[in-house]
Every structure is written in C-alpha cells, then in structure tokens.
Write a protein that binds this ligand. Structure first.
Ligand code: ATP
Length: 296
C-alpha cells in the first residue's frame, strides 16, 4: 500500500528534521495516528473509511508539539499545514472570535463544495487551544461570550463529519483547562501526551542541535554529549536548544574579536568546549525541574 511507504519515508524524514528526540512518544503518535485512520484523503476515499476529526497534543512547553504537528500536517497532505494560535483568534470585539473560528474551516468547506472527493485533507493546527476553549461556565465575565466561542468551535468540529476533509490538531500545555466536550469521541478524540525527553531523547536532541557545529569542526574534542544528556534531566527540547545557544555564545565571546565577526567561523579554528556547556547548563535551568517525576 502506498500509505505504508509513506509512513516509512516520513518517519525517516522526521528523524532528520530533529523530532526523533521524542523517542517513545514520537513512535506512539504515529501508531495512534495511523491506527486511528488518519490517512491522506485519496486513501480514505478509495477505501470508504473516515479519518478521525481531531487530535490533541498536550504536555509541557518546548517539548516539540509544534514541530510534531507540522510534520503530521506535511505527512498527510505534503504541504505546510495552517497554523493558528488561540490568543490570535481571540478578538476583543463581540462576535469576531466566533467569525474567526468559522473562517478557519472556510477553505475546507469551499474545497469540499467544488472538488468533492478530490479535495485534499486540510490540516488545521490550533496552538494554545485552551485560550479559546476553557470549560464553559469557568469564566466569570457573566456575558456568556466565552461559552458562545466554545459552542462555535464544537459546532464546526461536529460539522466536519459532513466535510470529511479536515483534521484539527489542538495543542495545549493545560489540558486540565479545556472544556470536556471538546475531548469527547468524534471531536479531539486522539489525545497524545508529549512529555519531557528521557536521557536517550536528550542525547538525540543535543546531537541534532550540534550537528552543524560538528560538520565544521566547531565541537572541541572534550565534548561528551552523553554526559551532557545525563546532566540535563528535566530539560525540554527547547531548553536543550537554549543550552546549545548559550554555550555557543560563551565560546564565541571568549575567542572572537569584533573584527572576526565578519569572517566565516570555520576559518578561525575556534572550538566550543565542555566547560562552555557546563556554564550554559548552569545558566539555562529547566522550568519543570522541581515538579517532574523521575523520568529516566
Ligand atoms: P509550546 O507548548 O511552548 O508551544 P512546543 O511543545 O510546541 O512548545 P516547539 O515549539 O515544537 O515546542 O519546540 C520549540 C523548539 O525546541 C523547536 O523549534 C526545536 O528547536 C526545539 N525542540 C523541542 N523538542 C525537540 C525535539 N524533540 N527535537 C529537536 N528539537 C526540539
């Protein structure tokens, strides 16, 4: 089946693109996505099956949810998905947010009307979905405006059944705030927790973010990524990227004069050292350090 081929090729792409660091969670999302029948439309329409309408990716900030959602989007229809974020959709004008929510689905609706089965899958990624989908009745403004926004989104998701060409991927750091109705079967029914990377994951992420440095021999001989992975328990992918940036600036500040900044780094024969990384680890602390359970 072409879909089997797609799955394999996409997985290897994702590793190259650096999401491999999520380890087990990464494999899990693919298993769930495919077991739940999220396939390109040309496959589902031939076989007469339906995709799930929505997925929720949740977990701490900086764990690669956006990266992953983007890849799922690309995998399913070969192009960059539409990404919106909750606070952006939220308008201070009455009725405007509901309209923004309706507009998100407009392209898919138009496509379905004009192209029918030939329509492609519209993947809509909704970052910080909690900004507009807090439990109804939980806000105390007394106007009911918030409830009406949640209702609008639910109506649209329920309408997606008729459309069959939309996959909504919601993302949040605060699943606990979401309106329960959004998570019911038939709505964001595939829910995947993206947790902090374990040691093997951190090692992969550090490799990914130092890959270019390795290519131009910027990494000093004493650099031991395995040790750095062991020393960065509770760091998210974004924080590990921060560590690499911070270590780089220590190295550059130490070895480059202002004049040097105009020349290619590789010509200067400078190196980043383990000490730079240790300074950086001290400087960039994990947000969830104290509260996260032993993951490794
Ligand atoms: P938030 O909840 O704050 O929106 P997020 O979970 O969506 O965060 P991303 O925006 O996907 O996180 O990640 C931020 C950056 O951190 C990425 O651009 C990437 O550079 C780095 N990163 C995070 N996770 C990984 C990973 N698993 N592999 C490689 N890089 C990662």
């Amino acid at each position: 089946l072409p879909s089997v081929y797609r799955l394999k090729s996409v997985q290897s792409n994702l590793h190259q693109r650096g999401i491999g660091g999520l380890g087990a969670e990464f494999a899990d999302i693919f298993r769930r996505a495919f077991a739940s029948r999220v396939f390109p439309l040309h496959v589902t329409s031939r076989l007469g099956i339906k995709n799930v309408k929505g997925m929720l990716l949740f977990g701490p900030p900086g764990t690669g949810k956006t990266l992953m959602a983007r890849q799922i989007g690309k995998m399913l229809n070969g192009k960059d998905p539409k990404i919106v974020n909750g606070p952006e959709v939220l308008s201070k004008f009455v009725g405007e947010t509901e309209k923004n929510v309706r507009d998100l689905f407009a392209d898919a609706e138009q496509d379905q009307r004009t192209l029918g089965d030939a329509s492609e899958l519209h993947v809509i990624i909704f970052d910080e979905i909690d900004a507009i989908c807090k439990s109804r009745g939980s806000t105390r403004d007394g106007t009911g405006v918030h409830d009406s926004i949640v209702n609008q989104l639910l109506t649209k998701i329920d309408g997606v059944e008729a459309l069959n060409n939309v996959l909504l991927i919601g993302m949040t750091n605060r699943k606990d705030l979401l309106d329960e109705a959004l998570l019911r079967p038939g709505r964001l029914e595939v829910q995947v927790e993206i947790s902090l990377p374990d040691e093997a994951g951190r090692f992969q992420i550090l490799q990914i973010h130092t890959n270019k440095m390795k290519e131009i021999s910027f990494l000093g001989h004493d650099i031991n990524l395995q040790e750095l992975a062991a020393r960065t328990k509770n760091y998210s992918g974004a924080e590990l990227e921060g560590v690499v940036k911070s270590a780089t600036s220590y190295a550059l500040n130490r070895q480059l004069s202002m004049d040097d900044l105009t020349k290619p780094v590789e010509e200067k024969n400078i190196k980043i050292t383990m000490e730079d990384f240790l300074h950086a680890i001290h400087e960039v602390q994990p947000a969830f350090g104290a509260s996260t359970d032993d993951l490794d």
